[in-house]
Design a protein around this ligand. Structure first.
Ligand SMILES: NC(=O)c1ccc[n+]([C@@H]2O[C@H](COP(=O)([O-])OP(=O)(O)OC[C@H]3O[C@@H](n4cnc5c(N)ncnc54)[C@H](O)[C@@H]3O)[C@@H](O)[C@H]2O)c1
Length: 324
C-alpha cells in the first residue's frame, strides 16, 4: 500500500509513519511543519504544505500522482482546546478548511480511502461515564466542533463519490512508542506533570470532589503505540466488503483517575509528587471512558498497554526530549 499521512511529522502521525514503514508500506508525509519535525519521519518524503491554503489541492494532487497513493491518514490539525475558544475562526479555517481541501484533492485524484483523526471531544461533556459511538455528540468548544464536522465531511464524501472512511475518536493519548517520538506539546496530563516536576512545582489537579472513587476526574488513557496500531487496523478494514460503521472509539475501555496517574508518575520517576488539588474546571465531566466494543468487534483491535507502560515510556521520551 502507498499511504499519504497528513500531519505525519507530529506526535501521533510519526508513530503511524514508523509502523507503516516497518510493515513495508510506502509512505509520504504532507505537513506544514508548524508543529512537526522532519526528523520524526525517517526516510519518508515530506511535502511541506499548509492544507488550509488554496495551493494545497495542487500540491496534494501532485503527491498522490507521484507516489501512486492508495489511501490517506489525516492527522493535520490544530488541537488546543483553549486556543480554539480564543481563535475559533482560525480553527474552522485550519481544521475544516484543511479537510475540505484534502477531500477535494482525493476526489479529483480518485484516492478513495481515508482514516481521519477525530476525538472524544466530539462527545462534549456527556452525563454517562462510558460513551458509545452512537451516543449524543455535543462538543462544547470549537476544537471538538471541527472534529465532528470533519466526520460529517467524510461521510458526505462517501455518499457523493464513494469515499471509504474510518473516523477514529481518540481518548486521552499519552506515552511514546519510541523514545525519540515523545509528545513535544505540554497540553495533556502526563507531560504537564513532568514539566511541573522539572520546575519544582506541585502538579495542579482540577477537582477533588467528583463522584469518582478518589474524587479526581477519570479518563481513558491510551498508549500512542496502541493508537497507532488502530490506524493500521482501520486502513486494512477499509478494504472489507461489508462495513457496518465509519466511526470508532479508540481507548482502553478502562478509566484512570488523575490521582492514579500521579501515583504512576511517582512510581516511575521515584520523585515526590504532591498534588495541589483545586476547584473543578468548567466543562470537565467527572468521567469520560470509551466503550471499545465496536472497534474490537469490527476491526479486531484492542489496546494492549496500560498506565504503567504509558507513564514509563513517556518519562523515557521526556528525558530524551530534555537532552535535545
Ligand atoms: N494528542 C491528543 O491527545 C489527541 C487527542 C484526540 C485527537 N487528536 C488529533 O490527532 C491529530 C494529531 O494530533 P497530535 O497530537 O499528533 O498533534 P501534533 O500537533 O503533534 O501533530 C499535528 C501535525 O499536523 C501538522 N499540521 C497542523 N496543521 C496543519 C495544516 N494546516 N497543514 C499541514 N500540516 C498541519 C503539524 O505541523 C503537526 O506535525 C490531530 O488531528 C488532533 O486533533 C489528538
Amino acid at each position: 500500500m502507498s499511504v499519504l499521512v497528513t500531519g505525519g511529522a507530529g506526535y501521533i502521525g510519526s508513530h503511524v509513519v514508523r509502523l507503516l514503514t516497518e510493515r513495508g508500506d510506502r509512505v509520504v508525509v504532507a505537513d506544514d511543519l508548524s508543529n512537526g519535525r522532519v526528523a520524526r519521519v525517517g526516510d519518508a518524503p515530506v511535502v511541506q504544505v499548509d492544507l488550509a491554503t488554496d495551493g494545497a489541492r495542487d500540491a496534494l494532487r501532485a503527491a498522490f500522482a507521484e507516489h501512486d497513493v492508495d489511501a490517506v491518514v489525516h492527522f493535520a490539525a490544530r488541537k488546543q482546546v483553549g486556543e480554539s475558544v480564543q481563535q475559533p475562526a482560525r480553527y474552522w479555517s485550519q481544521n475544516v478548511g484543511g479537510t475540505a481541501n484534502l477531500l477535494q484533492a482525493m476526489e479529483d485524484a480518485g484516492v478513495g480511502r481515508l482514516v481521519f483523526s477525530s476525538s472524544a471531544a466530539t462527545y462534549g461533556a456527556p452525563d454517562t461515564p462510558v460513551v458509545r459511538e452512537d451516543g449524543p455528540c455535543e462538543p462544547i468548544n470549537p476544537y471538538g466542533q471541527t472534529k465532528l464536522v470533519g466526520e460529517w465531511m467524510t461521510r458526505a464524501a462517501g455518499v457523493a463519490w464513494g469515499l471509504r472512511a474510518a473516523n477514529l475518536r481518540y481518548f486521552n493519548v499519552a506515552g511514546a512508542g519510541w523514545p525519540d517520538l515523545g509528545d513535544t506539546a505540554v497540553l495533556n496530563l502526563v507531560p504537564i506533570v513532568f514539566r511541573a516536576l522539572d520546575e519544582g512545582r506541585r502538579p495542579v489537579v482540577f477537582g477533588g470532589d467528583y463522584p469518582t472513587p478518589d474524587g479526581s476526574a477519570v479518563r481513558d488513557y491510551v498508549h500512542v503505540a496502541d493508537l497507532a496500531s488502530a490506524h493500521l487496523a482501520a486502513l486494512d478494514g477499509l478494504d472489507a466488503d461489508e462495513r457496518a460503521h465509519d466511526v470508532f472509539n479508540v481507548g482502553t475501555g478502562t478509566g484512570s483517575s488523575v490521582l492514579q496517574v500521579l501515583d504512576a508518575v511517582r512510581e516511575v520517576t521515584g520523585l515526590p509528587v504532591d498534588p495541589d488539588v483545586r476547584e473543578r474546571r468548567a466543562g470537565d465531566p467527572p468521567s469520560l471512558v470509551a466503550d471499545v466494543s465496536r472497534i474490537r468487534e469490527d476491526l479486531g483491535w484492542t489496546a494492549s498497554r496500560g498506565l504503567a507502560d504509558i507513564v514509563s515510556s513517556a518519562w523515557e521520551a521526556w528525558q530524551v526530549g530534555r537532552a535535545r
